[in-house]
Design a protein around this ligand. Sequence first.
Ligand SMILES: Nc1ncnc2c1ncn2[C@@H]1O[C@H](COP(=O)(O)OP(=O)(O)OP(=O)(O)O)[C@@H](O)[C@H]1O
Ligand SMILES: [Mg+2]
Length: 146
Amino acid sequence: MQYKTQSEQNTIVFALNLAKKFKGGDIILLFGKIGSGKTTLVRGIAQYFGISKHIQSPTYVIIKSYKINKHVRTNKVKQLIHIDAYRLNTQSDLEELGINELICDKNNIVIIENPGRLFTNINAKYYLRLVITEPEDRNIDITIDN
Ligand SMILES: Nc1ncnc2c1ncn2[C@@H]1O[C@H](COP(=O)(O)OP(=O)(O)OP(=O)(O)O)[C@@H](O)[C@H]1O
Ligand SMILES: [Mg+2]
């Protein structure tokens, strides 16, 4: 499926709607160049789950975890995990950071920016590719793997 957004706010609204479908254990991969809107999408998803903390690309920290309040939990989701894989190089990086455990936990929704080759064999459900077409326009291509 192809979508087009024409502003940052548009992308937030798109993400709010997409997040309604998410269930515990879902893995979402975000592809796209710098500034294409990957973190903006995560902001919209976080907003849907009632997370009020400001979301930034976890470029240096690699992983950020956000607790989801009981009253806004859907499908038993307890945590939103936001990973930026840009600085990850090897399988042992994944082990050291406990990423495999986070991914296997059905209480988590895991979103990975810049998944790269380390995550090519992962069992992801949503693949989103963002492309900058105009300064304020983004094409968003979604593949859902059932
Ligand atoms: N339609 C749009 N959707 C999303 N962001 C947009 C749009 N139009 C303009 N922008 C701007 O593009 C930038 C997107 O930044 P964002 O941090 O979300 O990108 P990113 O893909 O996460 O980048 P990085 O690879 O550096 O983490 C923001 O400055 C935002 O205001
Ligand atoms: Mg980002």
